[in-house]
Write a protein that binds this ligand. Structure first.
Ligand SMILES: Nc1ncnc2c1ncn2[C@@H]1O[C@H](COP(=O)(O)OP(=O)(O)OP(=O)(O)O)[C@@H](O)[C@H]1O
Length: 891
C-alpha cells in the first residue's frame, strides 16, 4: 500500500477505495474522485458552519419573512417570536450603536448546542430569577441569531486571531449594546415593569416616588438585565473560542501525515508563531472517512508542533513530492504571528477590570437602602425627606425643657408660616441655625419639631453621608440636596453632625488629603450664599463640637443663629420625664415621680432620660408587673449609671469585708462632712466594670460652681474608703486607685486652673493630656505644682482621717449591716447613724425625706456630681457645670 501511495495519480482511487472498504462498504454512490481543490472544500466548510439567514434550506421564520416584505428588521417587528435578544435590538436598527446593518446571523446547530451547554453551566451558579433572565436572553439569541458584527468577530476568533482592533471593536460594541439598552429601558415603562418583576424589587415608600430618584432605581435594576446580555455574548464568545479542549486537538507530525495528509484530507496549513501548525481539513471528506471524528465540525482544528519552519517546509515539500501532488495543487501554507488567546485575554484584562470595577462600584454605591442605586446615583444626595403631613408629627410640646432654644427657633417657624410679614418690612430671615450641644440633648428633635410646627417638608442628612471616597461626590451631593430643597421650598434642611464636613479648613494636621471634605464644605458655603432672600429654605445643623467648625460657616448669612442646647436642668429633666412618662403605664403620683426622678438624674441628657424610662418599663415587663413603679425606675437609673449587676462575681469573705469597710468609710464621710453631698445609698453588690461596691451621694440640685470647702470635703470623702481600710485592716488593698485618680485630678485642677493655690497664683495651665512636648511652665513651676497638689491631697487625707478615727465605731456598724444586707438606703443610715447633723436642701428633702419618700422601695441608684475635673467643660463665667460623665461612684 505504501508503494501505491507514493504514486500521486493513485491517490484519489486509493482514498475512495479505502473509504469504501473501511467506512461505507455498501455505498456505491460515492463520487469516484474526491476534490483536491482546497478552495472547494473550504467553501463547503464555511457554508456548513454559518447558516445564512437567507439560506433556502433553513426553516423560514414567519416574522423574518414578513419583515423582509415590509422592509423592517426583525427587531423592529418586536413581537414575541421575532424579537431579538434584549440588548441586541439596536444592532438591527438604523439607530443602533453599531453600524446600521440590518443583518443578523443565525446560529448553527452546533453553536446552538454550545449555547445550551454554556447555559446549563451558567445557570448552576445563578439565582432562579436571574437564570430565567439568562435563559430568555440565550433563547432569544438562538431564535434570532446574532448580529453580523458579532459573527465577524467570532469568525476572527475562530481563526485564532485576536488582534487589538478586534478586541476594541468587541468592547465598543458591547458597551454600545448596553448603553443603548439602558436608554431604551429607561424610556420604556413596559420594560421597567418587566425588570421589576424579574428582580422583585421593592419600590420606595416615601413621597418622592415619582421623582427622579425612582427612575434611577429602575435604571439600576436594568443595568443588571443589560449586564446579563453582555455577559451572555462575552460568555458565548469566550466559550466558543477559549475552550481549547472542545475545538482543537494536539497531534504529532506522524499522525498528521498518516491520518490526514496521506489521505488527501488536508485543506490548508497555517504556521502559528513559527512553532505550531494548524491543520484545516476538508470537512465533508473527513466526515465521510471518519464519521465519529470531531474534525468534521466547523470550528474543530488539529495542531502539531514543529521544530523550525525551515525543517517543516522541507518535510512538507518532501511529503508532497512523495505522493506526487503537482505544484499547482500544493497544500497552501500561510504564516501567522498570532497573540495566543490567553495573552489576548490578558491584554483585555485592564478593560475588563475597568468594566467590572464600574459594575461593582455601581452595586456598592447602590447599597445602603438609598433611594438611588447604581453608579449613576452616587452624586445624588442621600437626604431623607420627611413629609410634614405624614411623617413629622413632632411639635414643640414634645420637646420638653430648652425654652430659650425653642423661643429662638420659633422665629424660623413664623418666617416659614408668614414670610410676608418679614419681607414687607425689609427684614431678612436668618439663613440657618446651628444647634450645638452634647449628644442626646434633643437637637434633632428640635429641628424636627420646627418642621412639624411650620408644616413644611424636612430634609434630614448626616454630615458623614456627604463623604465618599471619590473626590467631588460630596460637593455634588450638597448641590443635589439644595436643588431638591429649592424645588420643595418652603422647607427645612437639617444636617446632623455637621462637624464631619464642616471642620475648620487647613487644620488637617499630618493627615493631609482633605480636599474632598473641603470641597464639600465649600459647596455648602456656596449653596448657603446662593439662596436669595425670598427663598424659604432654612438650614439647621446639629453638632457636638461647635468649637471645631470653620468660621466661614458661622458668619452672618450662613448659620446666623447659634443655639446652644445644654443638658437639661432639674426643671428640664422633670419636663422631659413628664413627656416620656406619658407613654408609660404607672399609678405613681406624676408630680412626685417626675421630681424624684429628676433629682436622681443630674447630668442626664434627654436621650438618657428616654432610655431610663424605657428601661424601667422593660424591667417591669420582665417581672410581669402590671404597671411601672418607682422601684423599676430606680433600678433602671441605677443600671444606666452603674452598669449591670454582676451576680456571677463572687468575692471571698475577706474581700467582701474589705469592700464593706471601704464603702462604709465613704458613707460616714458623706454623712458627717458638712459640704459633702447627702448620701443616698451604699451597696456591696458588684456592678458594671470593676465596681465591687459603691456609695451613692446625690447632689442637692444642679451644681455649677464649687467652692474650696466643697472641694476639700469631696476630696476627703473620696479618700474615706482607703482611710477606713487603714483603720480596720493590717494592710491596704488596690481598691482605692480610682479614688486617688479623682482626688489627684481635682487637686491638680484647683492648682493649675482654678487659682486655689496661693503659691501658684492666678494662672491657668492647659491639660497635659495631649502630651505636649513643651510644658507651658518652667521646671520650678512644675515642682511647685507638684508640691501644691500633694499638699492639698495631704490636707484632705488629714481631714478624712481625723473624722474616721473619731467615727470608727460607726464605720463598723455600717459595714457589718452592709455585710448582712448588701444594700443600705438612706433610712437605714438614719437608723444607724441618727439624722444627718446638717440641714439638707429643701428640694432634696422633699423627694428623699418627705412623707412620700419613704414609700419608694429599696433606695435608688448611684449618681454623684463629679469632681470638677481639670477637663470638665466650663460654663460661661468660669462656672463648672456638672456633666454626667463626670459623675462617678465612690467605689
Ligand atoms: N428635650 C427633650 N424632650 C423630649 N425628649 C427628648 C429631649 N431631648 C432628647 N430627647 C429624647 O432623646 C432622643 C434623642 O434626641 P436627639 O436625637 O434629638 O439628640 P441629638 O442632640 O440630636 O443627639 P446627637 O447629638 O447625638 O445627634 C429623642 O428622640 C428623644 O426621645
Amino acid at each position: 500500500m505504501s508503494t501505491l501511495l507514493r504514486r500521486s495519480s493513485n491517490l484519489a482511487r486509493v482514498t475512495a477505495s479505502s473509504l469504501e472498504s473501511t467506512i461505507c462498504p455498501y455505498s456505491s454512490s460515492l463520487p469516484r474522485s474526491l476534490p483536491r481543490s482546497s478552495r472547494l472544500g473550504a467553501s463547503r466548510t464555511r457554508t456548513y458552519a454559518t447558516v445564512n439567514p437567507g439560506d433556502p434550506n433553513e426553516p423560514k421564520d414567519p416574522n423574518n419573512e414578513k419583515a423582509s416584505k415590509t422592509g423592517k428588521s426583525v427587531a423592529e417587528n418586536g413581537d414575541k417570536q421575532g424579537k431579538p435578544a434584549r440588548g441586541f435590538e439596536d444592532l438591527y436598527t438604523k439607530t443602533g450603536p453599531m453600524s446600521p446593518s440590518p443583518q443578523s446571523s443565525k446560529l448553527s446547530k452546533e453553536e446552538r448546542e454550545a449555547v445550551d451547554r454554556l447555559m446549563v453551566t451558567l445557570k448552576k451558579g445563578l439565582p432562579k430569577s436571574q437564570s430565567k433572565l439568562l435563559e430568555d436572553a440565550f433563547n432569544d439569541m438562538k431564535r434570532t441569531g446574532i448580529p453580523s458584527e458579532i459573527r465577524a468577530i467570532m469568525d476572527k476568533l475562530k481563526d485564532g486571531h485576536l488582534d487589538l482592533a478586534t478586541a476594541a471593536a468587541l468592547i465598543r460594541m458591547i458597551s454600545g449594546i448596553s448603553r443603548k439598552h439602558l436608554e431604551n429601558i429607561k424610556n420604556s415603562s413596559a420594560s421597567q415593569n418587566e425588570a421589576k418583576k424579574a428582580f422583585n424589587f421593592q419600590s420606595t415608600s416615601d413621597g418622592q416616588k415619582k421623582k427622579s430618584g425612582d427612575s434611577f432605581k429602575e435604571f439600576g435594576v436594568n443595568i443588571d438585565t443589560g449586564t446579563f446580555i453582555v455577559t451572555a455574548i462575552v460568555g458565548y464568545l469566550l466559550y466558543r473560542t477559549v475552550m481549547p479542549g472542545e475545538n482543537s486537538k494536539e497531534i504529532t507530525y506522524q499522525e498528521f501525515k498518516t491520518t490526514f495528509f496521506d489521505k488527501g484530507l488536508v485543506d490548508k496549513l497555517t504556521v502559528l508563531n513559527r512553532n505550531r501548525v494548524r491543520v484545516d481539513l476538508h470537512r465533508e471528506e473527513t466526515g465521510r472517512m471518519y464519521p465519529e471524528s470531531p474534525a468534521q465540525h466547523g470550528n474543530f482544528r488539529y495542531y502539531f508542533t514543529i521544530g523550525s519552519v525551515e525543517a517543516f517546509e522541507r518535510r512538507l515539500e518532501d511529503a508532497q513530492n512523495e505522493i506526487g501532488i503537482p505544484s499547482s495543487e500544493r497544500i497552501p501554507v500561510s504564516y501567522v504571528d498570532e497573540v495566543p488567546w490567553l495573552t489576548g485575554l490578558f491584554s483585555f484584562a485592564p478593560t475588563l477590570l475597568f468594566i467590572g470595577g464600574l459594575y461593582w462600584l455601581s452595586r456598592r454605591a447602590g447599597g445602603g437602602g438609598s433611594s438611588q442605586s447604581g453608579i449613576f446615583g452616587i452624586g445624588k444626595s442621600r437626604a431623607k425627606k420627611f413629609n410634614h403631613e405624614t411623617d413629622i408629627n413632632i411639635r414643640f410640646k414634645d420637646v420638653a425643657g430648652m425654652d430659650e432654644a425653642k423661643a429662638e427657633i420659633m422665629e424660623f417657624v413664623s418666617f416659614l408660616k408668614e414670610p410676608g410679614q418679614y419681607q414687607r418690612l425689609g427684614a431678612k430671615i436668618p439663613r440657618g441655625a446651628l444647634l450645638s450641644g452634647p449628644p442626646g440633648t434633643g437637637k434633632t428633635l428640635l429641628a424636627k419639631a420646627t418642621a412639624g410646627e411650620s408644616g413644611v417638608p424636612f430634609f434630614s442628612i448626616s454630615g458623614s453621608e456627604f463623604v465618599e471616597i471619590f473626590v467631588g461626590v460630596g460637593a455634588s451631593r450638597v448641590r443635589d440636596l439644595f436643588q431638591n430643597a429649592r424645588k420643595n421650598a418652603p422647607c427645612i434642611i437639617f444636617i446632623d453632625e455637621i462637624d464631619a464636613v464642616g471642620k475648620a479648613r487647613g487644620k488637617g494636621g499630618f493627615s493631609g488629603g482633605n480636599d474632598e471634605r473641603e470641597g464639600t464644605l465649600n459647596q455648602i458655603l456656596t449653596e448657603m450664599d446662593g439662596f436669595n432672600t425670598t427663598e424659604q429654605v432654612i438650614v439647621l445643623a446639629g453638632t457636638n463640637r461647635p468649637d471645631v467648625l470653620d468660621q466661614a460657616l458661622l458668619r452672618p448669612g450662613r448659620f446666623d443663629r447659634q443655639i446652644a442646647i445644654d443638658r437639661p436642668t432639674m426643671e428640664g429633666r422633670k419636663q422631659i420625664f413628664a413627656v416620656h412618662l406619658g407613654k408609660i403605664v404607672t399609678s405613681e403620683n406624676m408630680e412626685h415621680l417626675t421630681g424624684r426622678l429628676a433629682a436622681l438624674t443630674p447630668g442626664f441628657s434627654g436621650a438618657d432620660i428616654a432610655n431610663c424610662v424605657n428601661e424601667a418599663a422593660l424591667i417591669a415587663a420582665r417581672t410581669s408587673a402590671d404597671k411601672v413603679s418607682m422601684t423599676h425606675f430606680e433600678q433602671a437609673i441605677e443600671r444606666v449609671i452603674g452598669g449591670l449587676e454582676r451576680k456571677s462575681l463572687v468575692l471571698n469573705p475577706e474581700e467582701r469585708r474589705t469592700v464593706a469597710y471601704h464603702e462604709a468609710g465613704h458613707a460616714i464621710c458623706g454623712w458627717f462632712f458638712k459640704y459633702a453631698d447627702p448620701l443616698l445609698k451604699v451597696s456591696i453588690i458588684p456592678r458594671g466594670k470593676g465596681a465591687l461596691g459603691y456609695a451613692q451621694l446625690l447632689p442637692q440640685g444642679d451644681v455649677y460652681l464649687m467652692n474650696v470647702n466643697q472641694l476639700m470635703d469631696r476630696m476627703a470623702m473620696t479618700l474615706g474608703g482607703r482611710v477606713s481600710e487603714e483603720l480596720h485592716f493590717p494592710t491596704v488593698t488596690s481598691g482605692a486607685s480610682d479614688d486617688f485618680n479623682k482626688v489627684t485630678r481635682m487637686a491638680t485642677a484647683m492648682v493649675t486652673k482654678w487659682g486655689m493655690s496661693t503659691k501658684i497664683g492666678y494662672l491657668y495651665f492647659e491639660d497635659d493630656s495631649q502630651q505636649q512636648l513643651h510644658k507651658p511652665f518652667s521646671e520650678e513651676t512644675a515642682r511647685n505644682i507638684d508640691s501644691e497638689v500633694r499638699r492639698i491631697v495631704d490636707e484632705a487625707y488629714k481631714q478624712c482621717r481625723e473624722l474616721l478615727v473619731e467615727k470608727k465605731k460607726e464605720i463598723g456598724l455600717v459595714a457589718e449591716e452592709l455585710l448582712s444586707k448588701e444594700v443600705l438606703g438612706r433610712e437605714d443610715l438614719i437608723r444607724i447613724l441618727g439624722k444627718r447633723p446638717f440641714e439638707d436642701n429643701q428640694e432634696f428633702s422633699k423627694y428623699f425625706d418627705g412623707p412620700g419618700a419613704g414609700k419608694s422601695a429599696p433606695p435608688p441608684p448611684p449618681t454623684e456630681p463629679g469632681p470638677p475635673e481639670g477637663n470638665s467643660p466650663e460654663a460661661p463665667g468660669g462656672a463648672v457645670a456638672v456633666r454626667r460623665e463626670d459623675m462617678g461612684l465612690f467605689r
